[in-house]
Design a protein around this ligand. Structure first.
Ligand code: NAD
Length: 344
């Protein structure tokens, strides 16, 4: 039986850590009780900056995990830290929020899933786009069967990540950033799979870097993948983190009764709408790369509700492992120039 109150601890003191502190502060029954950093002074400064001065600062993961009253660990460090931190938190019996990507390779991913399943703790992967107004309204439209059976879907992530972002200095490195999909485009892949309601079974893909590589990526910052879903639908996901333009997260879903194009709907079920006209879907759009604009609140409220109800979040680690398996298959497809089957 879960406790009414949850003590929350944060790993990392960067940009996204601040957004998680600010959101958890607003959830009834949750209290930020500890912050861990490589530098204890930074942890104390982060607590003061975000109005949680009573949170205990740590510079040691083992000591942090022993903090009295710690129930939830929120992993906000760079990607390569996520597997070991998830496994340590699961073994300590903590519920875990894990920033994306959860892992940079299959071996780490599978060890994390095994540790979390063995511990029986609740997890939430930060694929928060599922909770933005547009995605919630699209799910409602799909549930009403207004566009019929989906046969095609595409979703893309176009957001230049350069020196104007704190994470850029480590994100450009192959060993830390991973690839364009892992570091950022996975939001679009997750969003598409979430809306299509079917797993991806086969992929083919290409990637490139612009000729002059002005943002100095050690890996291709642009990729495009073609997807085949288990239910027979097909789709496409493109990513660019070196583009120079406002944040763009386009969504296109086509079904046998209609189409959704971002916040526009066409359906043959509405005979009063003129044939060539779109109808507007009123909703907040995924149009900002700022973590303070991200719909984390819906994700975290769902996580806390699931802890109290003993249920699995829709975005728990086991469920979101599939998104990462698709990325690993896409990486293989890029390297081999072949169609690759998804393993998990
Ligand atoms: N879900 C989302 O929409 C979203 C948005 C932004 C960032 N993120 C994810 O959050 C994570 C952190 O990103 P950020 O933008 O906050 O980065 P950041 O650079 O602002 O913060 C990273 C934090 O980790 C610490 N750190 C750096 N190297 C470390 C190391 N080797 N060991 C331990 N700690 C280390 C830094 O001191 C800092 O506190 C990344 O995995 C990123 O993908 C997710």
């Amino acid at each position: 039986m879960a406790k009414d109150k949850l003590g929350v601890g944060i790993l990392g003191t960067g940009w996204v850590a601040g957004a998680h502190i600010d959101n958890f502060k607003k959830i009834p029954g949750c209290e930020i009780v500890a912050i861990n950093s490589r530098d204890k002074k930074k942890a104390a400064a982060k607590a003061a900056l975000h109005g949680v001065p009573s949170a205990t600062p740590y510079d040691d993961l083992k000591a942090f995990l022993k903090h009295p009253g710690l129930d939830v660990v929120v992993i906000c460090t760079p990607h390569p830290n996520h597997p070991a931190e998830t496994i340590a938190a699961a073994r300590a019996g903590k519920h875990i929020v894990i920033e994306k990507p959860v892992a940079l390779n299959r071996a780490d991913l599978r060890k994390m899933v095994a540790a979390v399943e063995k511990a029986g703790v609740t997890t939430s992967v930060c694929f928060e786009v599922r909770w933005i107004g547009l995605f919630r309204n699209i799910q409602a439209i799909l549930a009403q069967n207004l566009i019929g059976n989906l046969f095609y879907g595409e979703c893309s992530y176009f957001h230049g990540i350069g020196p104007w972002y704190g994470q850029w200095k480590w994100n450009v490195k192959k060993k830390i950033g991973g690839d364009a999909l892992l570091t950022a485009g996975c939001h679009a892949l997750d969003g598409l799979i979430w809306l299509m309601g079917s797993k991806v079974v086969e992929v083919s893909a290409f990637s490139n870097t612009s000729k002059k590589n002005p943002l100095k990526y050690e890996y291709d910052p642009n990729s495009v993948a073609i997807l085949k879903f288990a239910n027979g639908a097909i789709g496409k996901v493109a990513t660019s983190i070196e583009c120079r333009q406002p944040y763009l997260f386009p969504v296109l879903l086509q079904g046998d009764k209609g189409t959704i194009w971002n916040d526009q709907l066409a359906t043959i079920d509405w005979p009063g709408v003129p044939k060539e006209k779109w109808s507007k879907i009123p909703a907040a759009l995924p149009d900002s790369g700022d973590v303070n604009d991200h719909p984390y609140m819906g994700q975290l409220e769902h996580f806390v509700e699931c802890i109290h109800a003993g249920k699995r979040p829709t975005n728990d680690l086991k469920a979101c492992a599939h998104i990462h398996e698709v990325v690993f298959a896409i990486d293989e497809a890029i390297k081999s120039k072949r169609v690759v089957k998804v393993k998990g």
